[in-house]
Design a protein around this ligand. Structure first.
Ligand code: SF4
Ligand code: SF4
Length: 229
């Protein structure tokens, strides 16, 4: 990788993760170490989150990551057709929402090693946001309180907003792109020029998706997030 992601953006993302951890503190889940049914090859993230995890890695660690992706690259994986902010905008404009295909049966995340995340401390928000109040393995589904769904969406919107000149895509594709020689300050140009459908252009927030019954609860979180962007 030729460039580093701007230190200020990485620092702000760290602060966003800290605000999320604080907001989630009172919410009890049953998630445990080595419980990894939710670690599928369908995780998505922004270029900012990809930069965050790359910035924390040494060259030898990046080489290990590259080898791992080469050996375990998922041929079938979720390729998003819209970003979170685009989805919110399309809903507000009453436009058609593209159909998406996403199946956990397509396989495990290539960065999962012996049921542990190999990049745990710098994992993307999509992974931090996964929680359940019942054992997914036993029940076959996750039970997520509605307030967590609202918070997750809010944080996804702010992270994308923070990275509004960047890209969004599947974890395997984004990390592979970052490990290549594509100059990071030209990511959007790369996406426009190549029309590579694996990557989407991020958008700024045009409307926040917060159900009326959660507006009071999320107000303090929103105030903290607004100070950062
Ligand atoms: S979300 Fe489900 S699979 Fe993932 S750690 Fe929690 S209980 Fe386990
Ligand atoms: S990056 Fe880590 S936490 Fe996220 S899905 Fe992969 S193994 Fe799980």
């Amino acid at each position: 990788m030729k460039n580093q992601w701007p230190v200020t953006s990485v620092q702000v993302l760290k602060e966003i993760y800290a605000i999320y951890d604080e907001a989630m503190e009172p919410i009890q889940g049953v998630c445990q170490k080595k419980c990894s049914s939710c670690c599928t090859c369908n995780v998505t993230l922004t270029s900012l989150e990809t930069g965050f995890l790359m910035a924390a890695m040494s060259l030898p660690e990046k080489k290990v990551l590259q080898d791992r992706l080469m050996d375990h690259f998922p041929s079938k994986r979720y390729l998003p057709k819209m970003t979170t902010n685009r989805f919110a905008r399309l809903c507000r404009e009453g436009k058609e929402i593209p159909e998406e295909e996403n199946d956990p049966a397509w396989g495990k995340c290539p960065l999962l090693v012996d049921d542990l995340c190999s990049i745990y401390d710098v994992r993307p928000f999509g992974c931090r946001a996964l929680m359940s109040q019942v054992s997914c393995r036993q029940k076959g589904y996750a039970q997520v309180p509605p307030i967590v769904l609202t918070l997750n969406n809010l944080f996804l919107q702010y992270i994308e907003h923070m990275d509004q000149t960047g890209l969004f895509g599947n974890l395997s594709d984004m990390v592979t792109l970052f490990l290549s020689d594509t100059p990071l300050h030209h990511l959007s140009d790369y996406c426009r020029q190549t029309r590579d459908e694996r990557f989407l252009l991020n958008e700024k927030i045009s409307v926040l998706v917060v159900p009326p019954e959660h507006r009071e609860t999320v107000r303090p979180v929103l105030e903290k997030l607004s100070c950062l962007v």
